[in-house]
Design a protein around this ligand. Structure first.
Ligand code: FAD
Length: 414
């Protein structure tokens, strides 16, 4: 009898990296990659940036093209949704009526864009942005005419990136945000204010502390977004960017430990030793906060998938990463590592003529996070300082003539 395959549910970034790493790390058994989307695995970050802008083709963002799937002997079942995991029989039930046995399983089901319950939210011109098909739909509406009014609901990372991209295409963008600042979940008020200044300087309009109560159609090509204070914002298309919901229902129904994501240990293993999880779906221990967190980032989807694949092959190394993300908006390349809010104090350091690093420290001086704006390669050293969890003197940190690698070496040697 042939051994049952390793099956990966979810052919997104984490699924693709898990499959590829299993092979490159020497696994010779069967690998089955099941993905709900009909497309080969691809990277999502360009969907709100260069792809939406029309500066790149989908093929450039594909992670595992047909030829590579074949050469790595990975059986891809695309356009297929797993509906049930039977852990006792080690079997999956698919929406095409078939079953798929597994020896071990990787959950890489990611998440979906949240669609709030609002009157008018199901209108054709109200879109979310999670998949390449979503991005193409949005493009279609916006390419029809130049200089259209667009309302983006949600001032988080994806909302701001879409707002920047559409502004660059010449559209008139308004961002409605429920909180008093943008990116409230992830950055402090000062950095949020800088983002706001950047967008406003380019002409984007913000409605903060504002709630959308309805979306109404006023003509075949025009909607109005109604705010709770009675204001009405005209919009050819409404982009909903109010967050992501982890696709953890499958795991929960199978009795795995879930908590707004599938809970895994430092090796990516779930409460069932035969089942692992990686990427946006996984709630992972964080060495810095001593809590579990669900990372929603490109870096994590790749790194955790690789860590999980290695762990499954007996090469386990603890994976308890810092929170890490990057974002591109207008001329800004923003990078974040660790905690960049609720710090005791911050220290700024200039990088070249246009860049800077902002370090976030505890009262003891220990650096717990860093944000880089156009900081280029300097960010890598700054991130290592955060990872080292060390206290660095304010004067040294803020002095751009003190090289970060030297500082890192000094603090590492006590
Ligand atoms: C528009 C956009 C811009 C982004 N920009 C950035 C950025 O600038 N920087 C950054 O760090 N991160 C960014 N991200 C986040 C990053 O793309 C995600 O963290 C990453 O894609 C997560 O990968 P994943 O494989 O875990 O999940 P996903 O990419 O969500 O893939 C999961 C896949 O599983 C499939 N699936 C789900 N359930 C099932 C099932 N039952 N059966 C079969 N298949 C299933 C889904 O259809 C999906 O294809 C962005 C995300 C988006 C949407």
């Amino acid at each position: 009898m042939t051994a049952k395959p390793i099956v990966i549910i979810g052919a997104g970034q984490a699924g693709a990296w898990a499959a590829r790493t299993l092979r490159t790390e020497g696994y010779t058994g069967a690998i089955v990659l099941i993905g709900q989307e009909a497309h080969p695995p691809y990277e999502r970050p360009p969907l709100s940036k260069e792809f939406l802008l029309g500066n790149s083709e989908f093929a450039q963002h594909v992670l595992l093209a047909e030829e590579e799937l074949q050469s790595l002997h990975i059986q891809a079942m695309l356009g297929c949704c797993v509906q049930k995991i039977d852990r006792e029989q080690q079997q999956l039930y698919l929406d095409n009526g078939t079953t798929q046995p597994y020896g071990r399983l990787i959950l890489a089901t990611g998440g979906r864009a949240v669609r709030p319950t609002l009157s008018g939210v199901d209108h054709d011109r109200v879109v979310t942005l999670r998949t390449v098909d979503d991005a193409k739909r949005l493009q279609q509406f916006l390419q029809a005419e130049a200089e259209q009014d667009v309302v983006v609901v949600g001032g988080g990372w994806i909302g701001l990136e879409v707002a920047a991209t559409l502004n660059q295409q010449g559209h008139h963008v308004s961002i409605v945000e429920f909180a008093s600042q943008v990116c409230q979940r992830s950055v402090d008020a000062a950095l949020a204010a800088e983002l706001l200044v950047l967008h406003r300087r380019k002409g984007n309009r913000f409605y903060l502390n504002a709630a959308v109560i309805a979306i109404e159609q006023v003509s075949p090509t025009e909607l109005e977004v109604v705010l709770s204070d009675g204001q009405r914002l005209k919009s050819a298309v409404v982009v909903l960017a109010v967050g992501m919901k982890a696709n953890d229902e499958l795991a929960a129904a199978a009795g795995l430990h879930t908590d707004g994501g599938v809970v895994v240990n430092e090796f990516g293993c779930t409460s069932d030793p035969l089942i692992y999880a990686a990427g946006d779906i996984a709630r992972t221990p964080c060495s810095h906060t001593l809590q579990t967190i669900r990372h929603e980032s490109w870096q994590n989807a790749k790194d955790q998938a690789q860590a999980v694949a290695k762990a499954m092959l007996g090469k386990a190394e603890p994976y308890t990463p810092l929170l890490m993300l990057w974002s591109e908006q207008f001329e800004w390349m923003l990078q974040v590592a660790g905690m960049v809010k609720d710090a005791h104090h911050t220290v700024e350091r200039a990088v070249g003529n246009i860049g800077k690093l902002i370090f976030y420290a505890e009262a003891t001086g220990v650096i717990v996070g860093v944000a880089g704006i156009n900081a280029g390669r300097e960010f890598r050293w700054a991130r290592m300082l955060v990872e080292a969890r060390v206290a660095v003197l304010h004067e040294q940190l803020s002095n751009p003539t003190e090289p970060l690698p030297k500082l890192l070496k000094e603090v590492a040697h006590g």
